[in-house]
Design a protein around this ligand. Structure first.
Ligand SMILES: [Zn+2]
Length: 309
C-alpha cells in the first residue's frame, strides 16, 4: 500500500500536549493517533499541519507558528532514520524508496502570516507547501465556516503571493463565499485537504457538489476527512459504508482523479475502526473491495502524487 495523507494535526497535538501525558511528545512512539513507529514498512507520505488556534493573532500567532515549526524540525532531526521532510512528490518517492516516511509541512490557518504578506516568504523558507486560508473563525485573510462573508483585501492579496511561492491554497475550513472568491482569484489548482461531501452529510465544513465539480474541472484535489461529524449526521455509529458513500458520491461527480485522503488524525474524533494511522491499512483493503484496486490506489496515492508533483 502507498499512502498519501493530506492532513493531520499531530504536530500540534504533541507539541501542545493535548490529552497526552507530559512526556508523551515523540513523533516516533506516542499515545496520539499518528506515530511514525506504527507505520514502519509502509510507503507513506504525510502532510503535517501546523495548526493555528483562532485565539492567536499578530505577534502571538507568529510566536506560536515558530514554536510549532521548531518542534517539527526537532522531530525530523531526532527521527531522521524514520522520516524526512520533502517539498514535492518526487522527493517523497525518493525518501520512501530509502525506507522512510516522507513529511510535507503545511499550515492550517492563515493567521500564521499575522497580516504580513512578507511572511509568505518565511513559510516558503520553512518548506511549507500548502496552507488553509482560515480555520473556523475570522482572521486577517477572511472568515471561516462559522461566519458567511468571504475574503478581506489582505486575503485576496495572499492568493497570488502563495502561488508565487509554490504554496497550495487549501480551501478546507472556508465558508462558501470565501471558497468562490478563492476559486475566482486562483490561477493554480486548489486543494480541499480535509473536507467531505455536503450532499451526503449536511455540514458547512463539507464541499457542495458545485465546489467539488470546480475542483475536478481545475485539476484540484480533495481529501476525505475521517471526522465522525463530517462523515455522518448521526455521528454515534459511523461505519465504513458512511465513508464509502462520500467516495461514491464524489466519484459520480467525476472525482476519480480528484479524490485523496485527509485523515484529520489528532485533530478530530474518528470512528473506532479508523482510530489511528495503522488502521489505514484496513481501510485500503475495504476500499479495494468496494471500489477496485485501480481507483483505490488513485485515492490513496496517485492523485495526491500527481498534484504534488
Ligand atoms: Zn481542520
Amino acid at each position: 500500500m502507498y499512502l498519501f495523507d493530506l492532513h493531520c494535526d499531530t504536530i500540534t497535538r504533541l507539541n501542545d500536549g493535548v490529552r497526552l501525558e507530559p512526556n508523551d511528545r515523540s513523533l516516533l512512539l506516542n499515545a496520539a493517533q499518528l506515530a511514525l513507529g506504527r507505520m514502519r514498512g509502509e510507503n507513506w507520505c504525510q502532510c503535517f499541519a501546523i495548526f493555528m488556534p483562532d485565539e492567536y493573532r499578530g505577534r502571538d500567532a507568529v510566536d506560536y507558528y515558530e514554536r510549532s515549526y521548531r518542534y517539527f524540525l526537532e522531530q525530523m532531526s531526532f527521527h531522521s532514520a524514520y522520516v524526512e521532510q520533502v517539498q514535492n512528490a518526487p522527493e517523497a518517492e525518493a525518501v520512501i524508496a530509502q525506507g522512510k516516511a516522507a513529511a510535507i509541512l503545511t499550515v492550517e490557518g492563515g493567521s500564521a502570516l499575522a497580516g504580513d504578506l512578507g511572511r509568505v516568504e518565511r513559510l516558503r523558507e520553512c518548506g511549507v507547501r500548502m496552507m488553509t486560508l482560515t480555520w473556523n473563525g475570522e482572521n486577517e485573510l477572511g472568515s471561516g465556516n462559522l461566519t458567511s462573508h468571504g475574503l478581506t483585501d489582505f486575503g485576496r492579496a495572499v492568493i497570488p503571493a502563495l502561488e508565487e511561492a509554490g504554496i497550495v491554497a487549501d480551501v478546507s475550513h472556508l465558508n462558501d463565499a470565501g471558497f468562490w472568491e478563492v476559486a475566482r482569484l486562483a490561477k493554480r489548482p486548489l486543494c480541499a485537504s480535509h473536507s467531505n461531501s455536503r450532499s451526503v452529510c449536511e455540514h458547512l465544513r463539507n464541499l457542495t457538489d458545485d465546489q467539488f465539480r470546480f475542483l475536478a474541472e481545475h485539476q484540484g484535489l480533495a481529501g476525505i476527512n475521517y471526522y465522525v461529524g463530517f462523515l455522518a449526521e448521526e455521528a454515534a455509529n459511523v461505519t465504513f459504508d458512511h465513508l464509502a458513500a462520500h467516495v461514491s458520491h464524489f466519484l459520480e461527480l467525476g472525482g476519480e482523479d480528484v479524490l485523496a485522503l485527509g485523515s484529520d488524525f489528532d485533530g478530530a474524533d474518528t470512528p473506532p475502526w479508523l482510530s489511528s494511522v495503522e488502521h489505514t491499512c484496513g481501510l485500503y483493503t475495504r476500499m479495494c473491495a468496494e471500489f477496485g484496486r485501480e481507483i483505490t490506489d488513485k485515492i490513496f496515492w496517485g492523485n495526491a502524487f500527481r498534484f504534488f508533483s
